[in-house]
Design a protein. Structure first.
Length: 312
């Protein structure tokens, strides 16, 4: 058996796998070359050898860089944890040291969660010059697929939908809060239902047509006047700086926007559900020291944020 392994390994330069991992992370031959201190020509040559080694295109060109093929995504799930183990064996370290390592972590979050968590994550990594955080837009329905395609290292979502290949950790509970500009709408708090329905609303919705507030009001035979809609919570909050309107959005983001934009918060004047925000990752990286560190970082950011306590 050892002879078989030795014969197969003679065909492969393990340095190629380091290039492969950089290409998966950077999605660009140029950026991967820079991260590895290689010339672009050397990185392109390594990609050619990788294609021959695995008999697959592995990465296809796009306008902004390269995208992995399904075969590359499958390989990444096995290669990246293996590289971590090899690194630990060679350096006699089986842990991730954020103080000395250069590493880019990609997080998948919607903009409300980005507003709540990213400032705390950046503060926590301020003294770690080798750590870079990148955020990609996701939702509870898309985050698992992005994890499967190795587009993000860790997702954070409200009640994310995931399967047997994923793992998750509950972070905090949240609900809904109404925001308005007190200089344009001099209202008291908490808002009454009459006041809530008497003023125009900004809708935050994926399809731009209706949201959870509309469903709850309709169940009571009521309606509100929506004057505009957006798919981004931050966009709605910014509009309130100059618009005499109400916006109802996740509490964890509303608190941040209120403090930044000098807006007033009020509980919505109708019962609204609460939900749990969780982190989600692929099972193959559960024991990876770098991913473990990232999960702890996100958990500490959520805990230090003073967001809602988890039920029971």
């Amino acid at each position: 058996m050892i002879d078989i392994y030795e014969t197969e390994f003679r065909k492969a330069d393990l340095n190629l796998l380091v290039v492969f991992a950089a290409l998966m992370r950077e999605r660009s031959v140029t950026r991967a070359a820079a991260a590895l201190h290689l010339s672009q020509g050397a990185a392109s040559a390594a990609l050619g050898r990788l294609r021959g080694l695995f008999d697959d295109e592995l990465f296809t060109r796009t306008r902004t860089g390269v995208e992995p093929t399904p075969r590359a995504v499958e390989l990444a799930r096995r290669i990246e944890p293996a590289l971590g183990l090899i690194h630990g064996a060679v350096t006699d370290r089986d842990r991730f040291d954020p103080a000395t390592t250069r590493h880019t972590f990609t997080l998948g979050m919607s903009d409300d969660l980005e507003a709540a968590l990213l400032p705390r994550l950046l503060a926590a990594t301020d003294a770690l010059p080798g750590i870079r955080l990148a955020v990609r837009q996701t939702s509870r329905n898309t985050v698992a697929g992005m994890i499967d395609r190795a587009e993000v290292d860790l997702g954070v979502a409200a009640a994310p939908a995931y399967g047997a290949d994923h793992r998750g950790q509950e972070l905090f509970a949240s609900g809904y809060t109404t925001l308005f500009n007190p200089r344009l709408l001099p209202l008291g708090t908490p808002l009454s239902l009459v006041e809530y329905l008497a003023h125009p609303h900004l809708l935050i919705s994926y399809d731009g047509r209706r949201g959870i507030v509309d469903d709850l009001l309709e169940a009571r035979g009521l309606d509100r006047r929506v004057i505009a809609s957006t798919t981004h919570f931050a966009g709605a909050a910014l509009q309130l700086a100059t618009l005499p309107a109400l916006a109802t959005l996740p509490t964890h983001a509303a608190t941040v926007y209120a403090g930044t934009l000098s807006l007033t918060t009020s509980p919505p004047p109708l019962p609204m559900p609460t939900y749990t925000v969780s982190s989600i990752w692929h099972s193959t990286v559960t024991g990876d020291p770098a991913n473990e560190w990232l999960r702890r970082l996100v958990h500490e950011a959520a805990r230090s944020g003073g967001f809602g306590e988890l039920p029971g």
